[in-house]
Design a protein around this ligand. Structure first.
Ligand SMILES: C[S@@+](CC[C@H](N)C(=O)[O-])C[C@H]1O[C@@H](n2cnc3c(N)ncnc32)[C@H](O)[C@@H]1O
Length: 294
């Protein structure tokens, strides 16, 4: 599991068939549990971006990164853009709660690329893979950058691990089987996107092709050892409930029976109770710069 759907992928209207709006609470919890990543990534981004005036979070979801960007770049106008107005409302609420300032923009991509406006920093996390032509999407984002501006794309990284190989119930290796089923599901999801185009998912090369100078790819570890606090447990449960729906008969009946126990809050074997659940994952940020004097 990783970036917000069950796994590393995740979903609404013009593109995939996710009902993003209903996922607000889970997306916010997911980003909170990965808070370490965000804090480190912001420190790293601050070194690269010199006093940006306008910062965009494209596909912001409930705005956890947008708020972190507003915190990191206090003098910048920070815009959270997403196609789901419900998530943008959550982003606004979050900003008010944290006392940071952001503005929100409803943008259904790829149609709305032209409405995002110029920026000095563009951050986009877990969104490019929901757009049919990922290279074209990067080209459009690169086109928003002012000279010297930075595009930071969070894609790839490692799938989340959260259980030992043998959990004492069912056949050992559940996570590996879930990963395989998720990969198949992900390919089908991409094939079904409007304008779906196959691309070698070499993000630095894609950024270079978009006319930018790739500066670095940094991977940040998120390591929450067992025993977990309640919030990560709730996240794991919600992600697994979602995977169970998404994967359907890509996983067999025996594994379904184990998953049913893992997500059943009254079961002592469940993710809410078991002492061995952990969160171990890695997120990669690929950054690139538009050359030229500012
Ligand atoms: C996996 S979530 C990531 C949310 C957030 N960036 C994060 O990292 O926590 C993907 C987000 O992209 C948005 N999204 C997906 N497809 C989109 C599209 N075609 N146009 C605009 N937003 C889109 C969804 O509404 C959702 O908020």
């Amino acid at each position: 599991m990783s970036q917000g759907h069950g796994h590393g992928h995740g979903h609404g209207h013009s593109g995939d068939d996710y009902d993003w709006a209903s996922l607000g609470e889970m997306l916010e919890r997911n980003a909170e549990v990965h808070r370490d990543f965000l804090d480190q990534a912001m420190d790293w981004l601050r070194v690269q971006a010199d006093e940006p005036a306008r910062v965009l979070d494209v596909g912001s979801g409930p705005g956890v990164a947008a708020c972190a960007l507003a915190d990191a770049f206090g003098d910048a106008e920070v815009v959270a853009a997403d196609r789901a107005p419900e998530l943008l409302a959550l982003a606004q609420k979050r900003a008010a709660r944290l006392g940071v300032e952001i503005t929100t923009l409803r943008a259904d991509l790829p149609d709305a690329f032209g409405e995002l406006g110029p920026a000095d920093v563009v951050w986009t996390s877990g969104v490019m893979h929901h757009i049919g032509d990922q290279q074209e999407a990067l080209n459009r984002l690169a086109g928003l950058l002012r000279p010297g501006g930075v595009l930071a794309v969070v894609e790839g990284g490692l799938t989340m691990r959260f259980l030992p190989r043998d959990i004492g119930i069912g056949r050992p290796g559940l996570q590996s089987r879930l990963d395989a089923a998720n990969d198949e599901w992900f390919s089908d999801m991409r094939d079904g996107l409007p304008g779906s185009t196959r691309t070698v998912e070499d993000w630095p090369a894609m950024l270079a092709k978009a006319g930018l100078m790739p500066s670095a790819s940094r991977t940040f570890l998120v390591d929450l050892p067992a025993p977990l606090d309640t919030e990560p447990r709730l996240l794991l449960r919600d992600l697994l409930v979602r995977q169970r729906e998404m994967l359907g008969d890509r996983i067999d009946a025996a594994d379904h029976a184990v998953i049913d126990r893992l997500v059943h809050d009254d079961d002592r074997e469940s993710l809410l109770w078991r002492p061995d659940a952990f969160v171990l994952t890695a997120r990669t940020v690929h950054s690139a710069r538009r050359l030229g004097d500012r």
